[in-house]
Design a binder for this molecule. Structure first.
Ligand code: PEP
Length: 256
């Protein structure tokens, strides 16, 4: 049995008004709000963090943001700082999601600044890495993931590293309905753990959760979550509806 508690995080992306988010958060808390066997995190858009925070207050559910800027404050129009997130009772923040990397040009170096700023402000990064289809077909998956992990986590100390959650999200599996096979996913997860061992030592690496993300659904989750290095899921589409998201939480609990 692993020492790592499974984690299921919902990335709601640019979906849900403030009122819709509060309603979905309430539906989730009413069923899973007191669970401690699985860590459950919901990541609504910025505009819904406050209403979602009220909905999860007093429950075990944790609140995550989908992005943040590394600077504390200043002339960064349209951006949000770690301090602002903390003031809304946010505990986690998704960083380096492939949509941020590809659609908004985020580099490993910029993501690294965000990771360091999140940790400095007691926010737990959900740090995303993953290869494109072209990179996989060229046999470059491990090389790409290695560069993303090493550059993205540069300067992170051992004592801070335990706070990090890594999400392996093959870009070709995100929102496409194509899921990595359990063997493909486990291979990369084990590789990421070996990189974390080199960076932070075995004791710390064994404590870091590595989530799988990419079309995870109730039907494919049990097999993925049973893999030794898959410690949960970062869920897009299936997190937008309470029923499918709660089924994934149940699958994670059963996979212990
Ligand atoms: C994601 O965007 O992080 C994700 C995994 O999306 P989906 O579950 O829809 O593939």
């Amino acid at each position: 049995m692993t020492i790592r508690n499974k984690l299921i995080a919902g990335n709601w992306k640019m979906n849900k008004t403030s009122a819709d988010a509060a309603a979905l958060a309430r539906d989730i808390t009413s069923v899973a709000g007191q669970r401690t066997d699985v860590e459950v995190v919901i990541c609504p858009p910025f505009t819904a963090l406050e209403s979602a925070a009220q909905a999860v207050a007093g429950t075990q559910l944790r609140l995550g943001a989908q992005n943040m800027h590394p600077e504390k404050s200043g002339a960064f129009t349209g951006e949000i700082s770690a301090e602002m997130l903390r003031a809304l009772f946010v505990s986690h923040v998704i960083l380096g999601h492939s949509e941020r990397r590809t659609l908004f040009g985020e580099t490993d170096g910029f993501i690294n600044l965000k990771v360091l700023a999140a940790l400095k402000n007691q926010l737990r990064p959900i740090f995303c890495v993953g290869e494109t289809l072209t990179e996989r077909e060229a046999g470059a998956t491990l090389k790409v993931v290695q560069a993303q992990v090493e550059r993205g986590l540069e300067g992170v100390g051992r004592e801070q590293a335990v706070e990090i959650v890594v999400a392996y999200e093959p870009v070709w599996a995100i929102g496409t309905g194509k899921v990595a096979t359990t063997a493909q996913a486990q291979e990369v997860h084990a590789f990421i753990r070996s990189l974390l061992t080199k960076l932070f030592g075995d004791v710390v690496a064994q404590k870091i959760r590595i989530l799988y993300g990419g079309s995870m659904k109730p039907a494919n989750a049990p097999e993925l979550l049973a893999q030794p290095d898959i410690d949960g899921g970062l869920i897009g589409g299936a997190s937008l509806e309470a029923r499918s998201f709660l089924e994934l939480v149940t699958a994670a609990a059963a996979a212990k």
